[in-house]
Design a protein around this ligand. Structure first.
Ligand code: NAP
Length: 588
């Protein structure tokens, strides 16, 4: 009876390393790891030991006999992955009786003779926390984590949809990481405003930028600034209680909303707009957002893509999850869901991408929508040309596209003279993110990332290495992948940082940790440290428990700062104690 990876897979590969028979793929050293939409357990090789269940930070792995009704489909999704024409991966490097184990990247060894390594990390989301964890595998290393927000965890707190609480569970791992000796938070401190990049570098051997990609990309069409037109990024931040967006207001009085772009963010937003608010009530959704959704008249969300179904940006697990939503119908007009000539050719040769094959299989399961239920409609081959309305959005006009095959064989689109206007009271653009430049740090404006070579920051795109400056996560590689993808990304960056330290390439800090605390305290008296965050976290959970919710997020900065000030000395545990704990690290 095999175990099965289900929807909340974060792809951090903890399960891969825990598995004694190497039956979970792709592993981080396999070529399709970065593009795979989830990890898969080989049902023929799984020995049912459950080691992966303990290791998984988001409870995504379930024994077959415990699969819930909506999870049953993941049996096939896992098994189908191994039907692809590749060698039986569980045997690569092993033998018939003794499978090879996945190759574990060795932790970087810090040369103790060079003294204690001190690193600043800017950002406190997944990329930052995995980098901190990797550094803290080494004795004597100190890591100072800076975030401009008064609360940590980046997109895990402010991006992951509230109905994906299993995914948000990964924050427990981050709390465990931050409890280690050598770790400190400097929250509510903005680099470039309260402290400069040069000051950070002077107080540490190295600075790692893990600031993500916080700006949404824009369409550049007329009407984008009309009230009622906004970015999915802002809308997500609003319902997730991001302090910068707690005062935003959305008019949800029109029966239809349109989302441009069909990545996972679009699916998140569509779900939140159409889910029965009662099912969100127990989550950590911002209270004001829950109230607004209860009063919402939105009945239909239209998700519009410029290319065809085979190029859909959403992933298989998210699409599968959407189709299982109990109170929402999913509609994909048959005349827009056909395969383009390139995909058709691949399908005929049995070479169609695994994910596209799975999405087509799910599409075939769609049933007729029922009258009176909320619905999510997927539309294809439409490019926005104008957001219409006088003093508020009333709709959005699209040019109908036709598929053309580029010289390089890729599927592209060309606008035809046909247009279509869809009436809507809310238009959300969900067309990806880009990074924001940081004062004093090189920036590649064309890609929206910090220019780097495997995490070593360059003084310009294609330029020389900027000593002591590193990047990881979305600001390093662009906005792609899942929460756990940041783990292997951070491992690469940290390995280079440690190599550079060991080679004597990093300048010694010019002042000690106390001097840094003084400097930050003078510039930003409202700084929040680890102990402060622990008080805030406990209080949010306490308020949640009182009202039958996971937590009630506090969104007012003054209240967060006041709470943090009541903190006593933080609880610090050493890594050995943490690792010795029974069960998964995240179960604390
Ligand atoms: P995304 O996956 O990159 O999707 C962007 C979408 O915008 C695509 O459909 C793209 O179409 C479209 N687009 C781009 N420029 C456009 C334009 N000018 N006009 C019309 N459409 C345009 O971005 P995302 O949804 O923001 O997600 C970012 C990353 O976060 C992804 O890796 C995603 O998987 C991840 N994420 C994961 C989860 C989860 O696992 N639950 C949740 C949220 C986000 P083309 O393909 O034609 O360019």
């Amino acid at each position: 009876m095999p175990h099965v990876v289900t929807q909340s897979c974060c792809s951090d590969a903890s399960c891969v390393y825990a598995c004694p028979v190497n039956c979970i793929h792709p592993t981080p050293d396999e070529p399709d790891f970065l593009t795979a939409e989830m990890l898969h357990i080989d049902p023929a090789a799984c020995v049912d030991c459950g080691a992966c269940v303990s290791a998984c930070p988001v409870d995504a792995i379930v024994p077959q006999k415990k699969l819930t009704e909506p999870q049953v489909q993941y049996l096939q999704i896992n098994a189908d992955y191994y039907k692809e024409p590749h060698e039986d991966r569980s045997r690569i490097g092993g033998s018939a009786t003794r499978p090879a184990l996945a190759r574990v990247t060795a932790a970087p060894r810090v040369d103790a003779k060079r003294g204690p390594l001190r690193v600043a990390i800017v950002g406190s989301g997944p990329a930052a926390m995995y980098a901190a964890d990797e550094l803290l595998t080494q004795p004597g290393v100190t890591v100072d984590v800076f975030d401009r927000l008064p609360v940590p965890h980046g997109l895990v707190r402010a991006g992951v949809a509230p109905d994906h609480q299993k995914t948000k569970q990964v924050a427990r791992l981050y709390d465990t990481i931050s409890e280690q000796a050598g770790f400190e938070y400097f929250l509510n401190v903005e680099v470039g405003r309260h402290v400069t990049h040069d000051e950070l570098l002077a107080h540490h051997h190295a600075v790692i930028y893990a600031v993500g990609a916080s700006r949404d990309r824009t369409l550049g069409v007329p009407g984008e600034d009309l009230p009622g037109s906004t970015s999915a990024t802002d809308f997500v931040a609003w319902y997730n209680g991001h302090p910068d967006h707690a005062d935003d207001r959305y008019d949800l009085s029109h029966r239809r909303a349109v989302i441009v772009g069909n990545g996972n963010v679009a699916l998140d937003v569509a779900r939140i707009l159409t889910t029965d608010p009662d099912t969100l009530a127990g989550t950590d959704i911002a209270p004001y957002a829950l109230e607004a959704l209860r009063a919402s008249r939105v009945e239909e969300v239209v998700i519009v893509a410029r290319r065809g179904f085979a190029q859909s940006a959403f992933t298989v697990p998210e699409f599968a999850g959407l189709l299982d939503a109990p109170d929402v119908d999913v509609v994909v007009p048959a005349d827009e869901a056909g395969l383009d000539p390139v995909s058709e050719g691949l399908a005929e040769r049995g070479e169609l991408d695994h994910a596209v094959t799975q999405k087509l299989r799910l599409l075939a399961k769609l049933t007729e929508p029922a009258e009176g239920r909320r619905r999510i409609v997927f539309r294809y081959l439409l490019s926005p040309t104008e957001i219409v309305g006088d003093d508020h959005v009333t709709g959005i006009t699209f040019a109908r596209n036709e598929i053309v095959v580029g010289d390089d064989g890729t599927v592209q689109v060309k606008a035809t003279a046909d247009t279509e206007t869809i009436d809507a009271g809310l238009v959300l653009t969900s067309i990806g993110y880009r990074g924001v430049p940081i004062d004093g740090v090189p920036f590649d404006d064309s890609r929206g990332v910090v220019p780097n070579e495997d995490g070593r920051v360059l003084d310009a795109p294609g330029g020389a290495i900027a000593a002591g400056v590193y990047a990881t996560g979305w600001i390093k590689r662009g906005p792609s992948g899942f929460i756990g993808t940041n783990k292997s990304c951070a491992q690469v960056t940290v390995r280079h940082l440690v190599d550079d330290f060991n080679a004597g390439l990093l300048a010694r800090p010019t002042a000690d940790a106390a001097a840094l605390r003084n400097l930050v305290g003078q510039r930003q008296p409202a700084v929040i440290d680890r102990a402060g965050w622990q008080v805030i976290d406990a209080e949010e959970r306490r308020r949640g428990a009182e009202s039958g919710r996971v937590r009630v997020k506090i969104t007012d900065e003054a209240e967060l700062v006041a709470l943090a000030r009541t903190a006593e000395a933080p609880a610090v545990r050493n890594r050995t104690t943490l690792l010795r704990r029974k069960g998964p690290l995240v179960s604390s």
